[in-house]
Ligand binder design. Sequence first.
Ligand SMILES: Nc1ncnc2c1ncn2[C@@H]1O[C@H](COP(=O)(O)OP(=O)(O)O)[C@@H](O)[C@H]1O
Ligand SMILES: [Mg+2]
Length: 342
Amino acid sequence: MSAEKYLEMAIAVPLNQILAEHPICRDFFMNLRLQDLDWNLPLMQALDHSDQEAISEFGLDRGMILREFSLFLEAFSRVAADAAAIRSLTIIGGHGKSGEPEITQWTATVGEIISIVGPTGSGKSRLLADIECLADGDTPTGRRIHVDGREVDEGQRFDMEGKLVAQLSQNMNFVMDLTVKEFLEMHAGSRMTRDAEHAIARCFECANELAGEKFALDTKVTQLSGGQSRALMIADTACMSSSPVVLIDEIENAGIDRRQAIKLLAQKEKIVFISTHDPLLALSADKRLVIKNGCISRIIETSEEEKNCLDAIETLDATLLRLRTRLRHGDEISMNTLKGEE
Ligand SMILES: Nc1ncnc2c1ncn2[C@@H]1O[C@H](COP(=O)(O)OP(=O)(O)O)[C@@H](O)[C@H]1O
Ligand SMILES: [Mg+2]
């Protein structure tokens, strides 16, 4: 379901109906100390009839609460959805920006990590968007996406919406001031994970392995650095989300262990697409799609030789990181800094 549909739902549907379907929403209202709403009304009317002081206490107005509620619904319905057990995605080629035909068709299967490379503006994000919406010849590229070798009809498309794909974007805007533990508990709870404690501990451990700087279970999510919050989201996607397809649009400069992140996602029987300019990420994938002028122009399988370059690339990467860190701290640079000897 799209963001707009959640907004429509938040506007039109009485709260108790939403709560019956998504019990996790109680937490949203508890957090804002809005436990005394008239649950028979849709959100906006319920807010009209409630204590206005309670609403403004958090510096929010009705419009903001509505917006945050619909974002919350969207985020949590996604993780709550059952796994749509799929085995493969097939991209049926469309056409490039000048109408030139694309590679006829190509299939990705679960367990594969695919990077997407190409100049800025070539159509990498467009390809991710085509996959997300299960394009049916109805996007600017004319591509079609088949699931398990079959066309997806309208009914299935509706059923799968929000369950098939987890999107990891650059901006993690946490809507509430939860601790990391509470955040993970919510996800574990909404999935009814049998062994929630274990899942939370495992996910937290993964997130900390990925993050450059460590954080604690009682750190507030709003206080995490960019790299830490991305590490948390990647671990959360790998460990908690049941969506079989993960789309990642450019996570470079994220301050996380990217090779480790790829390995973590790869263990999980998912199909992962990553658009990237980062050699470390691009070559960590099994395959890479080269996009040119709106088309998938080549599909390259990462060769042994390329895989063998990864260690050297990682060393280069560490050198750059060391230089950046020293500069940031106001230190001077020498040849020894380059060699890693100081
Ligand atoms: N095959 C295509 N036909 C027409 N327009 C396209 C095609 N592929 C991409 N575009 C458009 O080109 C623009 C740039 O694409 P985008 O995916 O944002 O590039 P990138 O992510 O590689 O920087 C977008 O407006 C996109 O919709
Ligand atoms: Mg892009």
